[in-house]
Design a protein around this ligand. Structure first.
Ligand code: GDP
Ligand code: MN
Length: 434
């Protein structure tokens, strides 16, 4: 587990909360009082698919249903045949939960039926509370043996920022959205903090097992099961591991029926195998494009595009746009040493968002000199035939030279006198509050 976090990266800020209060999707203070707000989008958390998470967990000794990934109807049929199970489950693989209710999890009683269901689900746009209104297109399926489910439990692991320790969360109310459980009946969730130096102790695992109402043989197998989950969580530098539901089967086994894992970006450098699991189809295309140029870009819902250097200044810029009554269309940190080329790419990415009505460039010229920035902006604006208003606020190295380049460009830039002035101007130009 990585304990030290790189402060210049946008580690934990969920989309809309950035502006109202600095809020992490998986935050400590919420763990105590209830369930954390579900992250609208955990930007610097790499997500993987359920089948991939289950493969990782299986390596650590966690019991998972037998299953195979399928990309086509025929692959689904063949997988179902190989499973030789009376019931197979066809499960949509998208980076979001809530698939069951949205029609993305179906039971089949033959391989033909599995193939039929596969062809229905593949290509479907699933809309769940976790996908946002635009939903997600299903491109992969998990074909799994169906199990005889007696009980559905909830198990989750995440890092509690308040105590700086991983916390195991468990509830007998599995299968439903844990956020709902937390709201209606917070006492139904057990929490067990784990000291990273010693890991999940057997007594703690037993406490969780008994708390879930497991007894006899099940309580015995629960200890290695929970410890395996914990080891998988720590070894992979995961930021979240959720088994919802973890089921008790008719034959008295404990099985991870669903699995969700996200990883801390800052730990990914030491997990080449995990990096390869990244599925770009599941990510915002503009964010994928930005990552090619080393730009720290996150799309938001507003209309004022921001181009800023430094994560702190980017946060402040978004705040001041809000303060001026507007709403930012993105977070974009071009970095301290951006080149004119990078500035141009950043501009292009900002402008390809159809929601954008105006651009606010707010740069403190340190290593990135104001003249370099201005040159990049002018070149980009000319190249891209920018027709929307652009407000520029620059301060720092070569600021006069930079402003001169903007003024002499023949383009219609609005030069701002300070951040507040810039924010007010750009919000007005974007059409006021929205
Ligand atoms: P989610 O809705 O995206 O969280 O997907 P899940 O993997 O949690 O599946 C949703 C629900 O489908 C589960 O809570 C189960 O009730 C049901 N389900 C999944 N697999 C099986 C299975 O093997 N047998 C049975 N009977 N139900 C299953
Ligand atoms: Mn689930």
């Amino acid at each position: 587990m990585l304990v030290v976090r790189e402060s210049s990266k946008l580690n934990c800020f969920a989309k809309p909360q950035i502006l109202t209060s600095v809020h992490c999707p998986i935050v400590a203070q919420d763990v105590g009082s209830g369930w954390p707000e579900p992250p609208k989008k955990a930007e610097s958390q790499m997500k993987i698919h359920e089948y991939q998470a289950k493969a990782i967990l299986a390596r650590y000794g966690v019991t998972t249903p037998r299953g195979e990934v399928a990309f086509t109807k025929e692959e689904a049929r063949e997988a179902a045949q190989r499973l030789k199970a009376p019931v197979v489950v066809v499960k949509a693989q998208i980076h979001a939960g809530g698939r069951g209710k949205a029609g993305g999890v179906k039971l089949a009683r033959s391989s033909d039926e599995a193939a039929e269901l596969a062809s229905q689900i593949l290509g479907m746009t699933l809309v769940t509370p976790q996908t946002g209104p635009q939903g997600r297109v299903v491109r992969r399926l998990l074909i799994e043996e169906g199990l005889d489910i007696k009980r559905e439990l909830y198990l989750g692991l995440l890092v509690d920022r308040e105590t700086g320790r991983p916390v195991f969360m468990a509830s007998a109310a599995g299968g439903m959205e844990i956020e709902e459980v937390a709201k209606d009946n917070p006492n139904a969730i057990l929490r067990e903090h784990i000291h990273p130096a010693v890991g999940l102790q057997p007594y703690q695992a037993r406490k969780i097992a008994f708390g879930l109402g497991l007894s006899g043989e099940l309580a015995t197998v629960a200890t290695p099961f929970l410890q395996a989950l914990y080891r998988a969580f720590v070894d992979t530098d995961a930021s979240m591991l959720e088994i919802n539901p973890c089921v008790v089967t008719g034959d008295g086994k404990l099985v991870a029926l669903d699995a969700k894992m996200t990883f801390d970006d800052n730990g990914l450098f030491r997990h080449k195998d995990l990096r390869e699991l990244r599925d770009l189809d599941e990510e915002d295309p503009l964010e994928v494009e930005a990552s090619k140029y080393g730009l720290n870009y996150i799309k938001l819902d507003g209309s004022v595009a921001c181009m800023v250097n430094g994560a702190g200044l980017a946060m402040a810029t978004m705040d001041i746009i809000k303060y001026a009554g507007g709403s930012p269309a993105n977070f974009l940190d071009v970095g301290g040493g951006a080149s004119a080329e990078q500035v141009k790419n950043a501009f292009r990415i900002l402008l390809s968002d159809p929601e954008v009505r105006a651009v606010f460039i707010n740069i403190f010229g340190g290593i990135l000199r104001c003249d370099v920035l201005a040159t990049g902006v002018v070149a980009a604006a000319k190249d891209l035939h920018v027709s929307i208003p652009v407000v520029v606020r620059m301060e720092g190295t070569n600021v006069e030279r930079g402003q001169q380049i903007l003024r002499e460009s023949g383009l219609n830039f609005t030069i701002a006198d300070g951040m507040k002035d810039g924010a007010q101007k750009v919000v007005a130009l974007a059409g006021g509050a929205r």
